[in-house]
Design a protein around this ligand. Structure first.
Ligand code: NAD
Length: 246
């Protein structure tokens, strides 16, 4: 367990899966946390469930593809807790479409939420981040292995997130570190249908012989935000049970 007392984390996509597990882990580590998500009911419930007193968890509606929403989310965080130490970008979508049937609108939606969204919120949060702060993006093994079937737009967005994270690491050094976590199959609502239909085959190809749990990504995010990773920046940690070894 890391000691994040006195630190503030802004976590996007915190209404579900990896983002929610990360919010829970950071609260357990003593941080103040803003849970941001387009599903405002989900973050409202999560904030209440994870911090009944409401003193260390705030929540707000946040639409990753909307720069004004990014601005409002950062403003809410700073008004509530003063500044930002950790920025964790877990909001994302994973819509299936074969390339041959993919519309321009489907392409743009994916890039807008997963990639533009990472820029919008980082650009607005960084001026409020303290010396020694850390940014963690949630990329995907798709970013390392060059996409996945029927998800060429998703692969492009995550490849972009990975390159963007490394750009951030260079531009923000030596003041703020920026790293990515690249999960493999993780048991969340995002991939529930895929795992239901082809989970056994996917698990068969994973050396650890199981899918991951959201908390197993949250703990890696915690490590990257902690002083234990004080010399780590521009890195991507693949957490995929060995399914991809880059
Ligand atoms: N689950 C996996 O196997 C897996 C693997 C690799 C990468 N990832 C990545 O991890 C991140 C978290 O995914 P998850 O598995 O926890 O999925 P999830 O669906 O459980 O959570 C994603 C969250 O993002 C929110 N969201 C969606 N669109 C948004 C928008 N426009 N603005 C703000 N919030 C929005 C959703 O409401 C949801 O709460 C995503 O970026 C995903 O691409 C997941």
């Amino acid at each position: 367990m890391f000691d994040f007392s006195g630190k503030t984390a802004l976590i996007t996509g915190a209404g579900s899966g990896i983002g929610r597990a990360t919010a829970q882990y950071f609260l357990e580590c003593g941080a103040r946390v803003v849970l941001a998500d387009i599903n405002v009911a989900a973050v409202k419930d999560a904030a209440l469930a994870l911090d009944e007193s409401g003193t260390r968890a705030g929540h707000c509606r946040y639409d990753a593809g909307d720069p004004d929403s990014a601005e409002a989310t950062v403003r809410y965080t700073v008004d509530r807790f003063g500044s930002i130490d950790h920025l964790v970008l877990a909001a994302g979508i994973y819509e299936q479409q074969d390339f041959r049937e993919m519309s321009d609108a489907q392409w743009h939606r994916m890039i807008s939420v997963n990639l533009d969204g990472a820029f919008y919120i980082s650009r607005r949060a960084v001026p409020h981040m303290k010396e020694g702060g850390a940014i963690v993006t949630i990329a995907s093994v798709a970013a390392h292995q060059g996409g996945s079937y029927r998800h060429s737009h998703y692969g492009a967005s995550k490849g972009g997130v990975l390159a963007f994270t490394r750009g951030l690491a260079r531009d923000l050094a030596p003041h703020i570190r920026a790293n990515a976590v690249a999960p493999g199959w993780i048991d969340t609502p995002m991939v529930a249908k895929t795992l239901e239909t082809s989970g056994a085959a996917k698990i068969g190809a994973i050396p650890l012989k199981r899918v991951g749990q959201p908390r197993e990504i949250a703990t890696v995010v915690g490590f990257l935000c902690s002083d234990a990773a004080s010399f780590v920046t521009g890195e991507s940690i693949i957490a995929a049970g060995g399914a991809y070894m880059g």
